[in-house]
Design a binder for this molecule. Sequence first.
Ligand SMILES: *Cc1c(COP(=O)(O)O)cnc(C)c1O
Length: 452
Amino acid sequence: MSDKNPQTLAWQGLSAEHHLAPFSDYQQLKDKGPRIITKAQGVYLWDSEGNKILDGMAGLWCVAVGYGREELVAAASRQMRELPYYNLFFQTAHPPALELAKAIADIAPDGMNHVFFTGSGSEGNDTVLRLVRHYWALKGQPSKKVIIGRVNGYHGSTVAGASLGGMSGMHEQGDLPIPGIVHIPQPYWFGEGGDLPPDEFGVWAAEQLEKKILEVGEANVAAFIAEPIQGAGGVIIPPASYWPKIKEILDRYDILFVADEVICGFGRTGEWFASDYYRLKPDLMTIAKGLTSGYIPMGGVIVRDEVVKVINQGGDFNHGFTYSGHPVAAAVALENIRILREEGIVDEVKTRAAPYLQKRLLELQDHPLVGEVRSLGLLGAVELVKDKVSRERYPGAAMICRQFCFDNGLVMRAVGETMIIAPPLVISCAEIDELLATARKCLDLTLEAVQG
Ligand SMILES: *Cc1c(COP(=O)(O)O)cnc(C)c1O
């Protein structure tokens, strides 16, 4: 007899019998059944067994303003009554999409004033692929088609998104990447830097971009796409030398730069966009996640004026989604941006929450299992090791730690042997204290388990 409540068992039965889950081991899911999340408030989730869980991942990096914001609910219901759906195809538009495009242009970097809306981040990156090739064709350089991405980058799960990304597990399934997409190494110093000092490794990793441009030929390269900070790859914050060197290289070659801001955008780094933080000058930025705080699906691409000027002269752009700029999603995004602005949440991240999280996270460095702690804004990572000097790992430690976290009321994600967090932007200092206390306890339990 299971000690789970009958409702939990019933839902788990539905999962086994009817549901194909994203990014899940199906056999394992069948054997154990999913944890069923039933409600949420602030930074907390509740499961069907009544457990209260601190959501250290803001859902999937998206619930910026926290759960239970009535203003977002009201914005959605108002819009559903007024105009639940109309499309933006064939010379029509509606107020929420247009007003949202303006609100995004207001917070986007200078010179980025137009938005193409999609239903998700993946669709945003599909749009990027088509837009950058369309752009070069219109400029009379149709050979410029190749897009350079990075190993272990994440750009979504559609065919183009997974191809632009550099996740080997995704490439193995379905013959990806598609032709015309190549990858360079990632700036992951702790994992791959070896004996090089971080700054030297950062320069080396950046130089791989130039090497690849020369190998493919500048005349064949359309764009370079990268997350300012890799999220799903393990909260990889590049060495300080990396972005300046990349910028230098981008200045030397006539290729477009796409910043995938799906995680970093809308305040996660303490600036509106990580492109502001690193002073990047992207030509296109992919957005999603924090755009609506995850209350409703929406993504898009913000496009620089020079690029818009070219595509404006190109006749039809034969691309779009039924739900591009969906009015209800747009109304929620507008309200979400209003909350972020009026409550000063982005500045709060920069001046209060991020410094406090960093201070508390760094205290974990004395733990025997911890090889490195890094954070920027409200993105954090803890590297689990057996030996702090050689960086040798305990294979499987992170998955064990993740389970201990769940069982002790905290969602932390495991990537390889790295524990990562990205809590809601509104997390209080007391909640950060709770997060760190639970994390330390779970590191202790994990150490005990791996030393068994
Ligand atoms: C989540 C993510 C995507 C994909 O967004 P979806 O809405 O899941 O399609 C793309 N890029 C980055 C950096 C992401 O983190």
